[in-house]
Design a protein around this ligand. Structure first.
Ligand SMILES: Cc1ncc(COP(=O)(O)O)c(C=O)c1O
Length: 396
C-alpha cells in the first residue's frame, strides 16, 4: 500500500474564517434551526442583482465566439476602460494594467512578484485573510500594523513606522476596509505616502470596495496623490458591480518608469505563465465601467439604511460598541467583555441562528474581541439578527 501523502508545511496555517464558520452553521441548520446569514460578503446571496447590460455583454461575447484564450494581460477594450477610469481618478504614470481572475489573483501575483522568503510586508490588522495566506505561501512574513479603533480604524502611522525594517518591501492598505468598513482619510493617505517615500516601499492599495462609500463622501485613491513612488492599485468587478462569481479583477501599476519597470516585467511573467483570465467575462468590463451606474447608487442607499439600523441596535447593547462603517458592506463590533470571540460566535449560531464571523479570523489587537457582520441582508433580517444578538448578550 502506498504511504500517506504529507501536505506541504505552507498549508499548515492557512485558514479562512468566513468559510470555516459555515461548517458549524450547516450543522446547526440540520437541527432544524432557522439561520440568519450575516457572514458572507457576496451581495448576490441577498437582494442585489447583476446589472442586465453586463450579463448581455458576456452572453454576446460567448455567442460571438470569444471562448478561446485571451491575451495574457486581458482584452484591449477592457484595459483601455480601466486605464481611462484610473486616469479620471487622477492616477498618473500608469505603467501597466493587467486583468486577472478576481482581485484575489491580482493580489497573489502582486505579492509573488515582489517578496522573497524572509522579506516582510506591512498589512493591516484587522484585515482580509488572503494576504496572510499568500505571504505565508511565499515564506515571507506578514508585518501587521494597527488600525486604530479609537480613530475610526485609521492606519496607525507611528505603529507602521516603528515596524519598518530593512526587510520591509511594501505596505498593503485595504481601503475601504474589510472587515471594519472604514475609509482612509486623505491626510492618512498622505502620511502613508511619506513613509513609502522615505523607506522605499511599494504601496499596494486594495480598492475592491471603492465605489461603495457612504454619506456622499468622495473616494480618494492613494495612487492619485503622488507620482514619484510605485503603487499597485488592486480592484475588480466582484463587489461594486455585483459579479463575484465571474472572477474579474485587475492590477494597475503606476509610478516612475525607472522605479517600476522591472516589477512590471516580473508581474507580466506570472500573468503570461497562467495564460489569461476568463475571456468572455472580460467583455463586461467596458460596459460596467462606462455604462449606467444606477445600481451603485441604489446599493449605497440600501447599505446606508441597513448600516443605520445595525448601528442603532448594536450600540444600544450593553457590552457591544461599534464604529460606524463609512464604506464597503461590513461592520466590526467590539465585545467589551473579556469573551473568547470564536466561542461567542459559535454560541450565537447555536442559540440564536445568527451567523457572524469571529474577529480573530481577521486579526485584532491583542486583548480585544470582535465579530464581523455583513450589511447585505434586508432590513427586517438585520433588525431580527441584531435583536437576537441583544438577547444573547443579556443572557451571558
Ligand atoms: C478586501 C478584499 N480584497 C479582495 C477580495 C477578493 O475579491 P475577488 O472576489 O475579486 O477575488 C475580497 C473579497 O471579499 C476582499 O474583501
Amino acid at each position: 500500500m502506498s504511504s500517506k501523502i504529507t501536505p506541504s508545511r505552507r498549508t499548515e496555517n492557512v485558514t479562512y474564517a468566513v468559510r470555516d464558520i459555515v461548517v458549524l452553521a450547516q450543522k446547526t441548520k440540520e437541527t432544524g434551526k432557522e439561520l440568519l446569514w450575516l457572514n458572507i460578503g457576496d451581495p448576490l446571496k441577498y437582494d442585489f442583482e447583476t446589472p442586465a447590460h453586463m450579463v448581455e455583454a458576456v452572453s454576446k461575447a460567448m455567442q460571438d465566439g470569444h471562448n478561446g484564450y485571451s491575451p495574457s494581460s486581458g482584452i484591449d477594450e477592457a484595459i483601455t476602460a480601466i486605464r481611462n477610469e484610473a486616469e479620471k481618478q487622477g492616477i498618473k504614470n500608469i505603467r501597466d494594467v493587467l486583468i486577472t481572475n478576481g482581485g484575489s489573483e491580482a493580489i497573489e501575483i502582486a505579492l509573488t512578484s515582489l517578496l522573497n522568503p524572509g522579506d516582510n510586508i506591512l498589512t493591516p490588522n484587522p484585515g482580509y485573510p488572503l494576504y496572510e495566506a499568500i505571504v505565508n505561501k511565499l515564506e515571507a512574513k506578514e508585518n501587521q500594523y494597527e488600525l486604530d479603533e479609537e480613530n475610526d480604524w485609521q492606519p496607525n502611522i507611528s505603529d507602521i513606522e516603528s515596524k519598518i525594517n530593512d526587510k520591509t518591501k511594501g505596505i498593503v492598505i485595504i481601503n475601504p476596509n474589510n472587515p471594519t468598513g472604514s475609509v482612509c482619510h486623505k491626510d492618512t493617505l498622505l502620511q502613508l505616502i511619506e513613509l513609502a517615500r522615505k523607506h522605499n516601499l511599494v504601496i499596494f492599495s486594495d480598492e475592491i470596495y471603492d465605489k461603495l462609500v457612504f454619506d456622499g463622501k468622495k473616494y480618494v485613491s492613494i495612487a492619485s496623490l503622488a507620482d514619484d513612488i510605485c503603487f499597485v492599485t488592486l480592484n475588480g468587478l466582484s463587489k461594486s458591480y455585483l459579479v463575484p462569481g465571474w472572477r474579474l479583477g485587475w492590477a494597475i501599476i503606476s509610478g516612475p518608469e525607472e522605479i517600476c519597470n522591472d516589477y512590471v516585467e516580473a508581474y507580466n511573467k506570472f500573468t503570461r505563465a497562467r495564460l489569461c483570465s476568463n475571456h468572455p467575462m472580460q467583455f463586461a468590463i467596458k460596459p460596467a465601467l462606462e455604462g449606467p451606474q444606477d445600481h451603485i447608487e441604489e446599493a449605497i442607499k440600501k447599505l446606508e439604511r441597513r448600516r443605520d439600523i445595525c448601528m442603532e441596535i448594536l450600540n444600544s447593547i450593553d457590552g457591544i460598541n461599534c464604529v460606524s462603517p463609512e464604506g464597503a458592506f461590513y461592520a466590526f463590533p467590539r465585545l467589551e467583555r473579556d469573551l473568547d470571540d470564536k466561542k461567542w460566535v459559535e454560541g450565537l449560531i447555536s442559540e440564536t441562528g445568527v451567523v457572524t464571523v469571529h474577529g480573530s479570523g481577521f486579526g485584532q489587537k491583542p486583548g480585544t474581541h470582535h465579530f464581523r457582520i455583513v450589511l447585505l441582508p434586508d432590513e427586517q433580517t438585520l433588525e431580527r439578527a441584531c435583536l437576537n444578538i441583544k438577547e444573547y448578550m443579556k443572557k451571558l
